[in-house]
Design a binder for this molecule. Structure first.
Ligand SMILES: Nc1ncnc2c1ncn2[C@@H]1O[C@H](COP(=O)(O)OP(=O)(O)OP(=O)(O)O)[C@@H](O)[C@H]1O
Ligand SMILES: [Mg+2]
Length: 359
C-alpha cells in the first residue's frame, strides 16, 4: 500500500505543454477518480504515474519516495487499460499469472495468487477457458485479476469500462468499488464519465485543459462546485447556467440578460451588482410556483419513468427541469417556475470562480 504525491507535475510534447503543473496528494488506500473532457490530460497524467510517460517537470512520489526516474516495473503498480488485450491463446489462469511467470515466481505461489484473485472476482469456474469463450464483463474481470495477482501497492485504471454495455458498466462499477473496499489498495481511476466519478470515488479530481479545476469528495463538489466549468460538468442532467446581474436596487433579485428574474438567497446577498454573474441552478432545484414563479414555456417533455425531464424556454434561455412526480405537461404549455430556497450557485462570469458565501 502507498500514498501518491504529485507536486507541480508538468508535461510537454515537443515543447507543447499539455499538463500545466498539477498538485494532488493521494492518501494510502484512497480511491481517486480523475475526470474531465476528452483531451484534458487524464491518460497522460496516469501514464506518468505508471512510468510509461516521462515527467517534464515536478516531483512524483509513491510511498514517500520520489520515483520520477524509477522504471515502471519497479514502481509496484498494476494498470488496467481500456482495451485490456488478453492473450487469446492463453487460458484465464495463464493470462492472470503471466506477469508472475515472467518474473520466475514459484509455481505453488503462482497458483495460490491466481486462486485468491479468482475467488475475489468470481472467476473460479472459468479458469480453464480462453478469452473468446468469455463475455465482455468476464474478460474485464480477468484483466482486473491480472492486476490483483501482482499484489501491487497501487492500482491504475484508464477507462476500463468503456467497452462494456450500459448495464454491465453499472455492475462492474459496483464490483470495482467493492473490490477496493475489500483490498484497500490505493487506486487512481480515469474516466470521462461524471456518473462513474461520482459513484466510485472517495475523492474526485476534475481536470480541464491540463489543469485541476477542483479536488474534493463527490457530494462536496456537487454541492459547491468551485467554477462554472465544474458546475456544468458534474451532475446529470447538467446544471442550468444563466448570465446576468444582481439587480442594483434589490440584492435578492438576479436579472438575466433577457430580463427574467430569479431569487437570490441570503448566502449571496452581498454579491456585487456591478459585475456579470452566472447564476446556476440544478434541474431538480426548480419547482412549480403558481404564485411567484417566472413564466416559462414547455418545449420538450422526456419521461424516464422514475422522473421527467422537461425543457422549458424562459425568454431566450433554455432550461432543464426535473420532476420526480408524474407531470401532465405538453409542449406549448406555460408553467411558472420557482427556485428552491438557497439552492442557487453564483459565479463570476469573467473569472469563472464561485462567489464567496455568507456564513
Ligand atoms: N504522444 C503525444 N504527442 C503529442 N501530444 C499528445 C501525445 N499524447 C497526448 N497528447 C496530447 O495531450 C493532451 C492530453 O491527452 P490525453 O490522452 O492525456 O487526454 P485524455 O484526457 O486522456 O483524453 P480522452 O478522454 O480522450 O482519453 C491532448 O491534447 C493530446 O492531443
Ligand atoms: Mg485518455
Amino acid at each position: 500500500m502507498a500514498s501518491i504525491a504529485l507536486e507541480n507535475i508538468r508535461k510537454s510534447y515537443g515543447g507543447m505543454p499539455v499538463i500545466h503543473g498539477i498538485d494532488v496528494a493521494i492518501e494510502d488506500g484512497e480511491f481517486v477518480v480523475l475526470v474531465g473532457p476528452s483531451g484534458c490530460g487524464k491518460s497522460t497524467l496516469l501514464r506518468m504515474i505508471a512510468g510509461l510517460e516521462a515527467i517534464t517537470d515536478g516531483a512524483l512520489s509513491i510511498g514517500g519516495h520520489v520515483v520520477n526516474d524509477v522504471a515502471p516495473k519497479d514502481r509496484d503498480i498494476a494498470m488496467v487499460f481500456q482495451n485490456y488485450a488478453l492473450y487469446p491463446h492463453m487460458t484465464v489462469a495463464e493470462n492472470m499469472s503471466f506477469s508472475l511467470r515472467l518474473r520466475g515466481v514459484a509455481k505453488v505461489e503462482i497458483s495460490r495468487q491466481v486462486e485468491k484473485a479468482a475467488k475475489i472476482l468470481g472467476l473460479e469456474p472459468l479458469l480453464d477457458r480462453r478469452p473468446r469463450q468469455l463475455s465482455g464483463g468476464q474478460r474485464q474481470r480477468v484483466a482486473m485479476g491480472r492486476a490483483i495477482v501482482r499484489d501491487a501497492a497501487v492500482f491504475l485504471f484508464d477507462e476500463p469500462l468503456s467497452n462494456l454495455d450500459a448495464k454491465l458498466r453499472v455492475a462492474m462499477r459496483a464490483e470495482i468499488k467493492e473490490l477496493h473496499q475489500r483490498l484497500k489498495i490505493t487506486t487512481v481511476y480515469v474516466t470521462h464519465d461524471q456518473t462513474e466519478a461520482m459513484t466510485m470515488a472517495d475523492r474526485i479530481v476534475v481536470m480541464r485543459d491540463g489543469v485541476v479545476e477542483q479536488v474534493g469528495a463527490p457530494l462536496d463538489i456537487y454541492d459547491r462546485p468551485a467554477t462554472i466549468f465544474v458546475a456544468g460538468f458534474i451532475g446529470t442532467p447538467a446544471m442550468n447556467l444563466l448570465t446576468g446581474r444582481i439587480q442594483a436596487d434589490n440584492p435578492r433579485t438576479f436579472r438575466t440578460t433577457d430580463g427574467s428574474a430569479l431569487p437570490v438567497s441570503g448566502k449571496f446577498e452581498h454579491a456585487s451588482a456591478n459585475r456579470d454573474i452566472v447564476y446556476g441552478v440544478r434541474p431538480d432545484s426548480l419547482v412549480i410556483d403558481e404564485q411567484d414563479g417566472m413564466p416559462a414555456t414547455v418545449a420538450v417533455v422526456e419521461p424516464t419513468g422514475s422522473e421527467t425531464l422537461v425543457i422549458v424556454r424562459m425568454a431566450n434561455d433554455e432550461i432543464g427541469v426535473v420532476f420526480r412526480e408524474r407531470v401532465s405537461m405538453r409542449p406549448g404549455d406555460v408553467i411558472r417556475l420557482g427556485v428552491k430556497a438557497g439552492s442557487e450557485h453564483l459565479f463570476d462570469a469573467v473569472s469563472g470562480k464561485r462567489l464567496s458565501e455568507a456564513g
